[in-house]
Write a protein that binds this ligand. Sequence first.
Ligand SMILES: NC(=O)c1ccc[n+]([C@@H]2O[C@H](COP(=O)([O-])OP(=O)(O)OC[C@H]3O[C@@H](n4cnc5c(N)ncnc54)[C@H](O)[C@@H]3O)[C@@H](O)[C@H]2O)c1
Length: 438
Amino acid sequence: MKVAIIGIGYVGAVSAACLARDGHEVIAVDVNPTKVKAILSGQAPIIEPNLPEVTAEAVAAGRLRATEDVATAVAETDMCLICVGTPSTQAGSLELNYVLRVAEQIGAALKKRKGHYSVVVRSTILPGTMDGMVIPALEAASGMKAGKGFGIGYYPEFLREGSAIKDYDDPGLIVFGARDDATFERLSSLQESTSDRVQRVEMRTAEGIKYFCNAWHALKISFANEVGNICKAHGVNGVEVMEALVSDTRLNVSKAYMRPGFAYGGSCLPKDLRALRYAARQLNVPTPVLDGTGLANDVQIDQAFQLVTRVKNVNRRVSFLGVSFKPDTDDLRESPHVVLAERLLGKGYDIAIYDANVRMSRLTGANLAYILDLLPHISRMLREDLDQVLAFSDTIIVGHSKLLKGVDPAKLEGKTIIDLAGLPLEWRERKDYYGICW
Ligand SMILES: NC(=O)c1ccc[n+]([C@@H]2O[C@H](COP(=O)([O-])OP(=O)(O)OC[C@H]3O[C@@H](n4cnc5c(N)ncnc54)[C@H](O)[C@@H]3O)[C@@H](O)[C@H]2O)c1
């Protein structure tokens, strides 16, 4: 493949050298003449382990060249990867000027070029930037339509400085947001050895994946640091704690709990987080991550409340399916579903509840005490018959999706569904369906 790499910083310099090493013909482009000269003389334009050797070999083999001119690079290649910087502005927003400037230059170069060309962005940009800004800039400058006149894609980069070549060769994640098949095929042929691991998604999904990977990494670091701080104050070895924590790949470092949905609850998480935060306060240890976690959970309950109260509901009646803190238990303690029901009750809603596992006559101990304290009228709201609860109102709040298993969506035609649980597609496609965070 003949590929142009536009912007030869940490991402561009590594991609250019590795692609050339793998046999592709690469032209690297940068506005900085020092970087262009460095490549032309076979030197790496940035500090990165093994990059000097890979760059020198690629240049010596004649597969890696450099120029300051975008038009030349576009004229001589089949695809370009935009790797220019997207730094923060002073206000914290994303500086897109470099990307847009390059898009205009590529667009202008496409006018003079014959044959299909693929424009792919690798710079980190927020969801919707390709559709809202990059594509319009390319279309305006080229006079062509993206997806027809030229191919378009977003291919986020996940490499880490310091191990960039290793990460390039064995990436943890490969995501192609390619709209047209020709661009998808071109991207796939760039890294044939890992093409079986490619996940093809919508462009704006690819844009989002990059951001949330970085947010997740940042959250992991801050969580581990906070664990260290709290442990130190308690005289506990935080490193040992975290080593044990990550050794559990079933619940701790795994897919578990990593699905958008409703708030957490139950007899452990809220109570234990509160106790940790309280004890840390006594020891003068700040706990912003744990504080934020509790806050985020309250916000999620509020999201559900807003969802229910915003839909048209003339007689203020709701049917609530599943109120225990998770399916397959009758535990109502600190259930966010119960908190939501209580808030709706306070707003004057009339509620009918169905939960296959919750029977007032069977509740005992702390569970019973909790429900009598927070929702004393629950026994009046609880019904034992699902059909009766479904018929009670035109707004169905789904707390546990399995309670609707076997119910024909057509049977609930005309009713509003508020989904806190993640119902299957057949429910999501209907009118008057609202998901908590999807
Ligand atoms: N550095 C990383 O570890 C890393 C990892 C993944 C993703 N990213 C993302 O990749 C993008 C690039 O990051 P970076 O660290 O390589 O940036 P960088 O600042 O090191 O390099 C950007 C390069 O783009 C060049 N450039 C700017 N405008 C140009 C133009 N009009 N024409 C040609 N070249 C131009 C600059 O001169 C510079 O050499 C950013 O969006 C960043 O968020 C970075």
